[in-house]
Design a protein around this ligand. Sequence first.
Ligand SMILES: [Zn+2]
Length: 334
Amino acid sequence: MKEVYSGIFLIVEKAKFRPSDNIFVLAGINGIIFDSGYGNKKLVKQFLDEFQDIEEHYKKQNKEFKITRIIVSHAHSDHFSGLNAISSKLGLKIVLTKEIASKIKDEVSFNTSFQADDYEHNLRIKKNILRRIWQLIRNMGEGFLYKRIFGLSYINKPDKIVGENSEIIINGEKWRILSSPGHSPEHISLYNERKGVIFSGDNVLNMRSTWLGPPESNIEDYLGTIRQYQNLPKLELILPAHGDIIINPKETLSAILKRMKEREEQLLNAINHHSNKGLSPENLMKIIYPKEKRITTIIARDWVVLMLKNMEIKGIIRRQIKKKRILFFPIEKH
Ligand SMILES: [Zn+2]
């Protein structure tokens, strides 16, 4: 564990085969844990050991240490799976927004949230076997595999429901629960104006882009969330759900917006350049990621499909189906 801000501790769950997960402990007289990481035994134990270190650290200084609640940023399995195990071991109340609670209440609700929409189905390459396996795993709601390896478990009855954009008192101080959709629709952040600190979940990561893809993500929502962060009255520290903490919020946020804009332009340029024959999503992938390895391509593909969806909705590009292939063309400005 590491104290990343006075009274805020970071515990990193070091998962195998998956990105490490950040869990934050807001220590004090009526504290809270933000995000719950993976739920498998080994990682929960690692978390509890480090949690105990924080407790001892407080006791040594004769400071009161009482954590009463746990809340999560969004309904992805790497962030809520530990809820049951951690809350029962530490006697914490589970606090969720209505939106998150409804997604993680049982397997059916969770799986439904990952089901591909029509748009996604239409654009998938049917022949790509790797893609199909990936889809199958996703459609199983990360089910069986995740239950075994990552300790996925559902919360059918949280102890308290809080509203998006409401306030919550943590250690005697007001924090705001910001609705921050984009990466996923139910995503929230936790913000304290006096400290200038925000827990950004998966929306902002240090030095790399977060995953954005169908059916969960929405680009316009995501841009709105990043702008909302930019417009906060005071922001000095971003505490993300993976990787290093962010001490230069302004630069990081504007770099995200810049990158998103550049990527859209890149796609649009390619489509404009091939306006006579049109481009399929596969063509676009080859143009934009000519040298990527396969697994990166899958993630990149999610991103490209999402971008195309957004550009089509915005009326910048249009599709045409030729011999069962979807091709994209620019829409000429008049
Ligand atoms: Zn996520």
